[in-house]
Ligand binder design. Structure first.
Ligand SMILES: *Cc1c(COP(=O)(O)O)cnc(C)c1O
Length: 404
């Protein structure tokens, strides 16, 4: 059985019995333990930021704040979220495409420590706004590598994507820097892959990126203070017990580090994925065209992740004995089951044709690994169904909503 916290027993004790259950349950203690262990694996001097877009709930941000170097954000809204949740002490770094002047004004007003620039236009805008404000803005240039990158499930670089400055255009970007007195170049940024499960391959990719950054610094006479190597440390949704080998990654990367250039990471998924469950009650069972369906109170409007990744999300069934109706209790046993949500669209499927021992109306489905890119990427008000409860546990108790 998996190492999950919250446990199925905890979830059973927490969720209300008087209506069909639909809840996210986040274990903040387990989240903090996990973050600490990731950070402690890193080579000395490397900094580990949390990428806020994976889960921006204030209770998550506050739980992580003491354990990470700071927060990576991609919008003015994320800056405000971090400041509101954690306060002025939080270090914030910012990246992302489609930058506007108002983004730059917001980041200057909120003390963001560095901006990762993804285009020449973004460089010009950042320089103009910083210059008008009388500020010097530390920046990294984000690179979209020329070559293909094997091994990861999502590719942001080394391919035709909208992210970063393509490798061939880096000399142009360095030339533009010289026209941008309000920008202080500090180094390069690479976030090339997401969900890389190959720790050795990821270390090799990072080493190659560091070498490229050093070659450019050497060729153009730049002071390379910092290289941000992005996020992308993987999880395996098909095997919830599997873990990215952060120790091996750090050991393999260490020989490529030196005292002159600091390295940073900004991981989201691996931090937030594990210690949360999405729990949905089975409210109906039916068969159609030979396939057995369980209909859930909930669905992809709360948890779009399996849909966006086109995978069957891992789950466990939590049986409940109570049955208060005076008709026989429907069940499906020993056959493949498809888990569908409450939306009026055939796309509202969370797992397809998965063999289960038994599922009854009133049992609960506990989706594991629901903490990253779950609630945060979902279209909550499509069809206007009631939102799920969202329960955040710390020290075994639910953190009250008002402290959100
Ligand atoms: C999304 C994102 C991250 C975090 O990626 P994970 O795969 O969740 O670790 C880091 N950096 C940038 C620029 C991103 O867009």
């Amino acid at each position: 059985m998996t190492l999950f916290r919250p446990t199925i027993e905890q979830i059973a004790a927490l969720t209300r019995d008087d209506r069909p259950v639909c809840a996210f349950v986040y274990d903040l203690d387990a989240l903090m333990d996990h973050a600490r262990s990731l950070v402690s694996a890193l080579p000395r001097g490397a900094e580990f930021f949390y990428a806020v877009k994976a889960n921006n709930d204030p209770r998550v941000l506050r739980a992580l704040a003491p354990h990470v170097a700071g927060f990576e954000v991609a919008s003015a809204g994320e800056i405000r979220r971090v400041r509101a949740a954690v306060g002025l002490s939080a270090r914030i770094i910012m990246g992302g495409p489609a930058r506007t002047g108002s983004d730059i004004a917001t980041l200057l007003a909120h003390g963001v420590e560095r901006l990762h620039l993804e285009s020449l236009q973004a460089m010009r805008i950042a320089n103009a706004v910083a210059e008008a404000a009388g500020a010097i803005l530390p920046v990294l240039l984000r690179v979209n590598l020329a070559g293909p990158v094997p091994g990861a499930t999502l590719t942001m670089g080394g391919a035709a994507t909208q992210f970063g400055i393509e490798e061939a255009a880096i000399p142009d970007a360095i030339a533009v820097l010289r026209d941008c007195p309000a920008l202080r170049f500090e180094g390069f940024h690479f976030h090339t892959v997401s969900n890389n499960r190959d720790a050795a391959g990821h270390a090799a990719l990072c080493a190659a990126e560091l070498a490229l950054a050093r070659r450019w610094a050497e060729a153009y006479g730049l002071d390379l203070r910092l290289v941000n190597l992005g996020g992308g440390w993987g999880v395996d949704y098909a095997d919830p017990d599997w873990r990215f080998d952060a120790d091996a990654f750090a050991r393999l990367l260490a020989p490529h580090l030196d005292a002159r250039t600091r390295v940073q990471f900004e991981c989201g998924r691996i931090v937030a994925a594990y210690h949360a469950a999405y729990v949905c009650e089975i409210v109906d069972l039916k068969r159609a065209h030979g396939r057995a369906f369980a209909l859930l109170r909930g669905g992809t409007h709360h948890f779009r992740l399996p849909n966006s990744w086109a995978h069957d999300h891992p789950f466990a069934i939590q049986p409940r004995e109570a049955w208060h109706n005076d008709w026989p209790r429907p069940e499906i046993a020993g056959e493949p089951l498809t888990l569908a949500g409450e939306l009026c669209t055939p796309k509202d499927i969370l797992a397809r044709d998965i063999p289960v021992e038994r599922a009854r109306i009133g049992d609960r489905v506990v989706f594991l690994m629901a903490g990253a890119y779950g609630w945060d990427i979902s279209h909550h008000d499509f069809l206007c169904h009631a939102h799920p409860e969202r329960l955040f546990l710390a020290d075994g108790a639910v953190v009250p909503e008002q402290s959100a």
